[in-house]
Design a binder for this molecule. Structure first.
Ligand code: T1G
Length: 697
């Protein structure tokens, strides 16, 4: 964590060096400040050049420091940038690869900026629930123009340097250097060494022809898209200040906004999610150096909804896929569905026609197992019955080349048992995609007892390639996500028994931030799925009590949208959920039969029973080693179950409330005779964390 100083000719070259992305941590800032002082005091030095070692100029402030004294320890980022800007000799930023957040703010404090084409330029702080807090909201509008700067700051999205260099009148980049960046940047620095006055971005004006009208329009559109996130609107106000205030006032205003956002629960949740996503890709006992098995060809068994969606993920990543079915008609249907999905994307302008054709050209089909023998990875997505899995895996074991990875898309069956159908259990792994498989980001990687480490490393790397958020799960019924959602669904049923309507529960859950409440979700996914699982459950675990309301609903054939009616009624061909008189009457009769007098239940109790049931079940999963870490559980729920991102996931939310309070609530729920007192006993891990005053994440 440092900054390397060397003098080349009459130019002092300061190289930020804090792998992997040259985060501007305290040690790096301190070393950079010392290097600037050294260059100032060296008469032989006529100009300074700042660049970054390795794969980035700088990825910005070191997010790991946030919340610790180091983040603000002097020289903090503002002080370092002020030092650069006040330097008596020209400071040139030589930018390559990645220049983001505080890294771009540091470059904006330099007198000149030269950049290699293809460099990703961004102020992504808004994605962390923050705003650029080291002058970015004041300097970027001055260097790039108010509108393009506002777009970058409010979206947080990276833009290629050469695109920004073409913005009319921009002063962000003095040169785009297409050759050897360092050599050409040194030549540039020599050329400007004696030029005075030193150009400073702060001396430029941030102007707009109609600022009030523009910012009012921007306020309305940004406000509409960021209901639960305070940062985008604060970013906008900070940029407006660049137009309406003097520079130093604008900086003060920016600092206040930054400090206010830093302590918001939304920013803490977004920062938690940032690290959680990266932590999930790590497996404690599988080192990063584990060699990967080459994956050049993929086969998918089963051309149904899941098989087709799974195949698309690999086609999208440019990998050839062979789709295998038992009937030609099923194959034709599968290919037609894939093609229809792509055509829909082309129609929406989300996919270019030539890309669509390229992807379809990578798809082949077969009815013969022998024709997939040389695939490096085969994924079965056949009917969720162990006997069917057994037949498939025995076939695969017989035909697949040695070293091929055999994956099951099972959503609840015992992967160890499936692996046992083969003579190569070490090559068997679970790849549990979520429907629609070509859309949902979550991928549960199910690690069998025998799954080899290089198989795990390979599928985790492949998950990144197909842009999935992979989370490793051990083997249990329902793995991580579905095992937890089963408790969530049980609570939803109990709430109906006790007096809630489906719409009331859904409204509370959606007000909390779930993309969809449990009953709308059931109607969408199909209530018969849960029905099948409960029937199995009644055999396996007769002691596990469920509300019978969902069974009553299914006995009426009300499986949801696919049957035109479920918990809700639906107008023909429509998806709008209409509260159903029939279901209301069914529930009244059901409660009467149980002798239950319905009671008013508030939103808070509804939400806490739903969410804490996830938390308690997750605590058991963590103890059993099914989930590696609490942040993995959060990633499962953020990327696969519509949990609100601004709350960071169920475990992060529980920590935000305080585990003591969660435990207290659970004790109250346990006293409700119509609920499941045994389930609400706090998991030992949860009780231990409370006793020690600790948190999950
Ligand atoms: N701070 C700390 N660690 C960081 C980091 C950062 N800014 N950026 C990345 N890492 C770690 C990451 O956790 C992972 O660690 C490793 O680097 C590789 O990351 C005042 C306040 C730069 C585009 O938001 O977008 O400046 O898991 O897997 O795919 O206004 O990382 O290996 O231990 O993502 O090549 C603003 C966030 C900060 C940029 C590289 N900057 N980073 O992508 O690698 S706030 C950001 C990214 C700020 C100022 C404000 C990406 C990347 P590990 P990676 P990548």
């Amino acid at each position: 964590m440092t900054a390397i100083y060397e003098v080349r000719g009459s130019v002092a070259v300061i190289t930020l060096s804090n792998p992997p992305v040259n985060g501007l941590a305290y040690e790096t800032r301190k070393a950079a400040a010392a290097a600037i002082e050294q260059a100032e005091n060296d008469a032989a030095v006529k100009a300074l050049l700042i660049t970054g070692a390795g794969k980035a100029f700088s990825g910005g402030a070191d997010i790991k420091e946030f919340g610790s004294p180091l983040a603000l320890a002097e020289p903090n980022l503002l002080s370092l940038i002020a030092l650069v800007e006040a330097c008596s000799k020209p400071v040139v930023a030589a930018i390559h690869s990645v220049c983001m957040g505080g890294g771009l703010e540091l470059a904006l404090g330099c007198h000149y900026r030269v950049v290699a084409p293809g460099s990703k330029i961004a102020l992504p702080e808004v994605k962390l629930g923050l705003l650029p807090g080291a002058g970015g909201t004041q300097r970027l509008p001055r260097a790039l123009g108010v509108e393009p700067a506002l777009n970058m700051i409010v979206s947080g999205e990276p833009v290629n340097a050469e695109v920004l260099a073409q913005v009319p009148g921009q002063k962000l980049f003095d040169r785009v250097l297409t050759g050897d960046l360092l050599a050409e940047a040194l030549a540039f620095a020599e050329a400007v060494a004696d030029k005075r006055p030193l150009p400073r971005v702060r001396d430029l004006k941030a102007q707009h022809a109609k600022p009030e009208a523009f910012f009012q329009f921007a306020r309305n559109s940004v406000g509409a898209m960021s209901k639960n996130f305070p940062a985008p609107l604060r970013c906008l106000e900070a940029v407006a200040a660049a137009v309406n205030m003097r520079f130093d006032e604008g900086i003060r205003n920016e600092r206040e906004g930054f400090a206010a956002l830093m302590v918001t629960p939304e920013s803490k949740a977004l920062r938690h999610a940032f690290f959680a996503e990266r932590a999930a890709s790590k497996i404690a006992d599988v080192p990063d150096s584990t060699p990967l098995r080459p994956i050049a060809k993929v086969a998918v068994i089963g051309a149904g909804t899941m098989g087709g969606g799974i195949a698309m993920n690999f086609l999208n990543a440019g990998l050839p896929v062979t789709l295998l079915e038992t009937q030609q008609a099923a194959l034709d249907r599968g290919v037609a569905t894939i093609s229809k999905n792509y055509e829909a994307q082309v129609k929406k302008g989300k996919l270019k026609e030539d890309k669509y054709q390229q992807r379809m050209a990578l798809l082949s089909t077969t009815l013969a197992y022998a024709e997939i023998a040389d695939a490096d990875l085969v994924i079965e997505a056949v009917f969720e019955e162990m006997a069917v899995k057994e037949a498939v895996f025995k076939q695969l074991d017989a035909v697949m080349k040695p070293g091929a990875i055999l994956a099951s898309n099972t959503s609840t069956l015992d992967l160890n048992k499936i692996a046992g159908f083969t003579r190569r259990p070490q090559d068997v792994v679970g790849l549990h995609f979520f429907s629609p498989a070509n859309v949902m980001r979550l991928l549960e990687v199910v690690r069998g007892a025998a799954t080899a480490k290089d198989v795990l490393a390979t599928v985790m790397a492949l998950a990144k390639k197909i842009r999935k958020t992979a989370v490793v799960s051990g083997v249990c019924d329902g793995f991580i996500g579905n095992r937890m959602i089963e408790q969530y669904s049980r609570q939803a049923g109990f709430l109906l028994d006790e007096g809630c309507s489906p719409a009331q529960v859904d409204r509370a859950a959606e007000k909390f931030g779930f993309a969809m409440g449990p009953f709308r979700m059931g109607d969408l996914a199909g209530n018969d799925i849960g029905w099948a699982i409960r029937k199995r459950r009644y055999q396996e675990k007769p002691g596990l009590r469920y509300s019978k309301s969902a069974d009553l609903l299914c006995e009426l054939g009300r499986f949801g949208q696919k049957t035109g009616a479920g918990w809700y009624d639906y107008a023909p061909g429509k998806r709008d959920a209409i509260p159903s008189e029939l279901v209301a009457k069914m529930l009244d009769q059901h409660r009467a039969a149980l002798g239950i007098t319905p009671r008013q239940i508030g939103d808070e109790e509804i939400v806490h029973r739903l969410v804490f049931s996830l938390v308690n079940e997750a605590a058991h999963l963590l103890e059993e080693g099914i989930a590696q870490r609490a942040s993995d559980v959060d990633m499962v729920y953020l990327s696969g179950y519509g949990f609100p991102l601004w709350r960071g996931g169920p475990m992060c939310y529980a920590d935000t409330l305080g585990l003591f309070n969660v435990q207290q609530a659970m004790k109250r729920f346990a006293r409700n005779p119509l609920d499941d007192g045994e389930f609400w006993q706090p998991a030992p891990l949860l009780a231990r964390l409370v006793a020690e005053g600790k948190s999950f994440t």
